[in-house]
Design a protein around this ligand. Structure first.
Ligand code: DOR
Ligand code: ZN
Length: 348
C-alpha cells in the first residue's frame, strides 16, 4: 500500500494556547483535522461561556486563509462552576466541560478541589447532554506519580461512571492497562482518548540515557506493559478508543529547564505518528475508525465530509519550530523519520 485515504479526521483533545502562539498551533492542526476539542487551561482558565466564545473567535481569526477548521470549545470546571454556567455554555454550542483535579497538570491550580461536591453539576450535564472530559489522576502528594491514574479510576471514576449512567465521560489521554480495561469493560457512556506519545513510547524513553524533557507529559509515560495494552486497545478496533493528541506546546526553554513543563507538541505530525503506530501493529485498516469515526459518534456529532490522503514517503520531523515571538518549540519526535506523510486533503 502506498497511499492511505481517510475520511477527514478530528482531534478530540488539544491545547492551542493563546496570543501569537495561535498562528503556529491553529495552522498545524487545521492542516489535517476538521475539528478539535480545545482544552480550556489557559493562564486565565476558560470558565464560562463568554470567555469560551472570545477564545473561539481568537482561534477562528488565526485560521489559515480558506481553512474550514472548526474549534469545539470546552469549559474548565472549578469549585465555583454553577448549573447556569453549564446550561449557558451548552446553549452556546459548547459540547463539553473539562475536569482537572486541582494541581494535576499545567494551569490546573484553579480547578476542582472537591470531586464529591460535583454531583449536582454532573446531573445537569447529563440532562443537557454535555460531555465530561476527565484528567484522571489523583494529586495526593503521598501517591506515587506512576499510580495516580489507577487510583483515580478506582476511587473516583468508577463511582462517577456508575452514579451517572447518562453522563458521557471521556477518560482523557489514558496511559495504563488498567485504564484501557476499565474503559473496555464500562458501559457505552464511557470512552477514552489516546495520544501518540503513549502509543509510541514508554518510561524508558523518558529516563534511559539521560532525562528526555521533550517526552515528558502528564499523565507521565508508564512501563512498557501499559504501552502495549494501549496499542492492543487501538488495534482491537473498539469504538471506545479514539484520537486525542493532547498536543501541548511549551517553548523550548520551558521544557529544557530545571523544572520542565509537561506536554508534547505533536500537532505538526499527528496523523503521521498515529499512522506509524497502526502500521507497526499491522492494522492500518483500523486507523479511520479511530481517527475519523468513533470520536464524532461518541460526541453525537456528524462525521466529517471530505478526506485526507497519506502517502508512504519518508520525512523527518523538524528539529525545531520558530514561533512568531522568535522563541522556538521542539516538536514531539523531533529529528525522527516517519514513514507516512499527509499529501492531499479534499473538502468533498
Ligand atoms: O502533558 C500535559 N500537558 N498534560 C496535560 O494534562 C496538560 C498539558 C499542558 O497543558 O501543557
Ligand atoms: Zn491535555
Amino acid at each position: 500500500m502506498t497511499t492511505l485515504t481517510l475520511q477527514t479526521p478530528d482531534d478530540w483533545h488539544l491545547h492551542f494556547r493563546d496570543g501569537d502562539m495561535l498562528q503556529e498551533t491553529v495552522a498545524a492542526t487545521a492542516r489535517c483535522f476538521q475539528r478539535a476539542i480545545v482544552m480550556p487551561n489557559l493562564v486565565t482558565p476558560v470558565t464560562n461561556r463568554e470567555q469560551a466564545m472570545q477564545y473561539r473567535q481568537r482561534i477562528m481569526d488565526a485560521r489559515p486563509a480558506g481553512s474550514r477548521f472548526q474549534p469545539l470549545m470546552t469549559l474548565y470546571l472549578t469549585d465555583a462552576t454553577t448549573a447556569d454556567d453549564i446550561r449557558e455554555a451548552k446553549r452556546a454550542g459548547i459540547p463539553a466541560a473539562k475536569l482537572y483535579p486541582a494541581g494535576a497538570t499545567t494551569h490546573s491550580h484553579a480547578a476542582v478541589s472537591a470531586l464529591d461536591r460535583l454531583a449536582s453539576l454532573f446531573e445537569v450535564m447529563s440532562e443537557e447532554d454535555m460531555l465530561l472530559l476527565i484528567h484522571g489522576e489523583v494529586t495526593d502528594s503521598d501517591i506515587d506519580i506512576f499510580d495516580r491514574e489507577k487510583i483515580f479510576t478506582d476511587h473516583h471514576l468508577s463511582a462517577i461512571a456508575e452514579n451517572f449512567p447518562k453522563l458521557k465521560i471521556v477518560f482523557e489521554h489514558i496511559t495504563t492497562k488498567d485504564a484501557a480495561e476499565f474503559v473496555a469493560e464500562s458501559a457505552n457512556h464511557v470512552a477514552a482518548t489516546i495520544t501518540p506519545q503513549h502509543l509510541l513510547l514508554n518510561r524508558n524513553d523518558l529516563l534511559v540515557g539521560g532525562v528526555h524533557p521533550h517526552n515528558y507529559c502528564l499523565p507521565v509515560l508508564k512501563r512498557n506493559i501499559h504501552q502495549q495494552a494501549l496499542r492492543e486497545a487501538v488495534a482491537s478496533g473498539s469504538h471506545k478508543f479514539f484520537l486525542g493528541t493532547d498536543s501541548a506546546p511549551h517553548e523550548k526553554h520551558n521544557k529544557e529547564s530545571a523544572c520542565g513543563c509537561a506536554g508534547c507538541y505533536s500537532a505538526r505530525s499527528a496523523i503521521e505518528l498515529y499512522a506509524q503506530v497502526f502500521e507497526e501493529l499491522g492494522c492500518l485498516d483500523k486507523l479511520e475508525g479511530f481517527a475519523s469515526h468513533y470520536g464524532a459518534d461518541f460526541y453525537g456529532l456528524p462525521r466529517n465530509g471530505g478526506s485526507i490522503t497519506l502517502t508512504r514517503q519518508e520525512w523527518q520531523v523538524p528539529n525545531e519550530i520558530t514561533l512568531p515571538n522568535g522563541h522556538s518549540i521542539v516538536p514531539f519526535f523531533a529529528g525522527k523519520v516517519l514513514q507516512w506523510k499527509l499529501t492531499h486533503t479534499s473538502m468533498d
